[in-house]
Design a protein around this ligand. Structure first.
Ligand code: SAH
Length: 356
């Protein structure tokens, strides 16, 4: 196999641009337009095997089925929450798994996707980082999560939004992220507009600046989690060199450059960052730039020693921000009963597998 063909295969069919799909067709010795047809079948006509691609000659369909896996992930489990949240555990080719979640809310159908297996950041409250980073996902493996979740929707419903808030740090798998977004946003792909996509980062600020210049730039969520550098260093020890001032400046610059929405995420942890004085300090830091704060009361993770604040504490925190003119939302605990916080279903599944 030539290096170029191998490179295309590594991206996965779902991770290819139209030009690359044409190149792949050529590498298979068939006319280039077959590459465009292939992506049309996959993204627009929702073919899930070569068999259904009826305008492909039978011999070609059979050969593709032997030589070119259409999908590299498969749905290993589905968990349904009482609130309609649905979590898919997707098995990867060489073992292990990633999670993708469907979050239905009013007329929105949002999919939450992962970019890495595990995560190298190791935020002290997060399940994804517990076992460190195993590997980056390919562009195809990122796009496939969206395709699988779309397939899980009732007939007639369409995905409306994407949040890159699953396992992993998206900006540490930058090239695959940008490619996956290209496919998700393209008219020939899934046609999901960049204003309906949000990428969340723990604070890889050099990549935030670079992302602002990409044609695929989306809305941005910055995981702040603390009102000052001392508290943040405790929660994200490996990111202690990144200061709150730098993150706030990066938020303002990103919004200025792209015109996209920028949100600060703030996980509320009792006894750590959820006291009224933390809210006051946070308001002081973010008020001037007018970005929204999204509060996330901590979702308990087995084996992690943190506490979720009481509802009263959460409401007080929210009220202090609002009173000081900071637009605030609070992510009530969607999908809690199916372990929807990052990395939790995968861990539960791995533990079950280990015990079996
Ligand atoms: N690596 C990216 C995406 C992670 S997930 C980032 O850090 O932004 C999206 C958000 O969920 C992040 O703000 C993350 O800190 C938060 N999060 C992780 N574990 C959580 C938990 N157990 N409860 C509540 N929020 C959590």
């Amino acid at each position: 196999m030539t290096a170029a063909r191998e490179d295309l295969l590594a991206k996965g069919v779902a991770g290819l641009t139209r030009a690359e799909a044409e190149d792949l067709a050529a590498a298979f010795g068939v006319p280039r337009y077959r590459g465009r047809q292939l992506l049309h079948w996959l993204h627009q006509r929702r073919a899930r095997s070569y068999e259904g691609m009826t305008d492909f000659p039978k011999a070609l369909r059979e050969r593709l089925a032997r030589e070119l896996p259409l999908f590299s992930t498969r749905v290993a489990r589905t968990h349904e929450g009482r609130d309609g949240t649905r979590k898919l555990l997707l098995a990867l080719p060489k073992g292990d798994a990633v999670e993708a979640v469907l979050i239905p809310e009013a007329d929105r159908r949002t999919v939450c996707v992962s970019t890495q297996v595990g995560c190298p950041i190791g935020c002290t409250f997060c399940a994804s980082g517990l076992g460190g980073l195993l590997r980056n996902l390919s562009p195809g493996e990122i796009v496939e999560q969206v395709l699988h979740v779309q397939d899980a929707l009732p007939a007639g419903e369409k995905l409306t939004n994407v949040v890159v808030m699953g396992m992993g740090e998206p900006f540490l798998n930058y090239a695959a992220l940008v490619r996956a977004l290209e496919v998700l946003e393209a008219e020939w792909g899934l046609g999901i507009g960049s204003n309906r996509i949000t990428v969340s980062t723990a604070g890889v600020l050099d990549k935030v600046a670079r992302f602002a210049r990409e044609p695929v730039a989306t809305n941005l969520a910055l995981s702040l989690h603390a009102p000052n550098d001392e508290v943040r260093a405790r929660l994200l020890p490996r990111f202690k060199k990144v200061t709150i001032a730098e993150i706030v400046a990066a938020a303002a610059a990103y919004r200025g450059a792209t015109g996209k929405d920028v949100t600060f995420e703030y996980v509320l942890l009792a006894g750590v960052n959820a006291a009224p004085e933390h809210a006051e300090e946070l308001a002081e830091r973010v008020r001037k730039i007018g970005c929204k704060v999204n509060l996330i009361p901590w979702n308990g993770v087995e084996g992690i020693d943190h506490q979720t604040p009481s509802e009263a504490e959460v409401r007080r925190f929210e009220a202090i921000l609002e009173e000081r003119g900071v637009p605030t939302t609070c992510r009530r605990r969607k999908g809690d009963d199916i372990a929807a916080a990052c990395g939790q279903l995968r861990r539960t599944h791995l533990e079950e597998a280990l015990q079996a």
